[in-house]
Design a protein around this ligand. Structure first.
Ligand SMILES: Nc1nc2c(ncn2[C@@H]2O[C@H](COP(=O)(O)OP(=O)(O)OP(=O)(O)O)[C@@H](O)[C@H]2O)c(=O)[nH]1
Ligand SMILES: [Mg+2]
Length: 305
């Protein structure tokens, strides 16, 4: 079986190949001069690292003294180091403390990977011996409940669901009470996908949080925003807008396997720094793991090939 690190390498391959190919073209036997720096900056921007983060990296590069000719590997190593220091502050781990139930609210735009991520995490925590339940608060799509039913069965966790089209805030109220009664350690709340420019749906999310607090004042203990990496720079506005609506504690970045936009984490680090709890590199149950800045940076620039 291949490790998550290997999966990450395969997932980020489109981005790392792009960076490697780009470097090959621009770094053949040259010193680190202004032209080369400009070409490097363009390459970073085209890899979705973002204009601001790319500028910062290049600025720091400019202070490095490469008086001899520089190789691709040397550039990759320096790049990985810059990326790592940018990404390191985003690393985060869930601290369950002694809170019971620990309520995790999952939010994000349509199709970002919320439901799948809950399925993967529920299975992870269950395997760690936690008692887990999931509230199917996406009451818009009938298919959403069916999708969760499959995940809940697979992970052997309890699913709390309501009648089709029922009020999702009310369902959360009942679901958390049920979890308290059952003595659950962790409760996930799966919410409907909502585009950040649809105010009606965003208001509904506020109501969900308000109602959750009526059952348990500290809840939700963790609000995770799921971001689809293939959205590239649009991720920044999603982070900013969701933060205005709910108290986002951190991100899950999914679909890193599906695009050449793996650099977007660096753009997030620079423009809207937010903890990254997990990254997803596929649709299967174990295609999700905690975010490690050093591994990510090395993999992104293709140093692990
Ligand atoms: N390749 C890949 N696909 C993923 C990943 N995470 C989720 N998906 C897929 O993305 C699609 C949407 O995932 P969902 O979990 O349904 O997304 P959602 O945010 O719950 O969607 P809505 O409820 O419609 O808003 C599904 O086909 C998932 O299998 C990932 O890390 N990599
Ligand atoms: Mg969903």
């Amino acid at each position: 079986m291949i490790s998550f690190f290997q999966k990450l390498g395969l997932g980020l391959k489109k981005t790392s190949d792009k960076i490697s190919e780009g470097l090959k073209d621009i770094v053949t036997k040259r010193t680190l001069d202004d032209d080369l720096l400009q070409e490097l900056e363009d390459l970073l921007i085209s890899s979705d690292i973002g204009v601001k983060a790319s500028a910062q990296i290049i600025k720091n590069f400019g202070t490095l003294k490469f008086d001899k000719q520089i190789s691709q590997t040397e550039i990759k190593q320096a790049l990985a180091q810059e990326l790592e220091s940018l990404l390191k502050p985003l690393e985060a781990h869930i601290q369950f403390e002694n809170t019971k139930p620990y309520v995790i609210l999952m939010v994000g735009v349509n199709g970002a990977g919320k439901t799948t991520t809950i399925g993967k995490l529920a299975s992870k925590f269950k395997a760690q011996g936690k008692q887990v339940s999931i509230i199917a608060a996406d009451t818009f799509r009938a298919a959403a409940v069916e999708q969760l039913e499959i995940w809940a069965k697979r992970s052997d966790v309890r699913l709390f669901k309501g009648a089709p089209n029922c009020d999702s805030a009310g369902l959360c109220y009942d679901g958390i009470n049920a979890a308290i009664k059952a003595g659950d350690d962790i409760v996930f709340i799966d919410t409907a996908g909502r585009l950040q420019n649809k105010t009606g749906l965003m208001d509904e999310l506020k109501k969900v949080v308000k109602v959750i607090k009526k059952v348990c004042e500290q809840a939700p203990h963790l609000t995770l925003l799921t971001i689809d990496a293939t959205n590239g720079q649009n991720a920044i506005s999603q982070v900013e807008i969701f933060k205005q609506i709910v108290d986002v504690n951190g991100l899950v970045v999914t679909k890193l396997d599906g695009s050449a936009k793996g650099g977007v984490l660096a753009a997030i680090a620079k423009e809207c720094p937010t903890n990254v709890y997990y990254i997803g590199v596929g649709e299967q149950i174990d295609d999700l793991d905690i975010f490690k800045a050093d591994e990510y940076a090395q993999t992104l620039v293709g140093l692990t090939d």
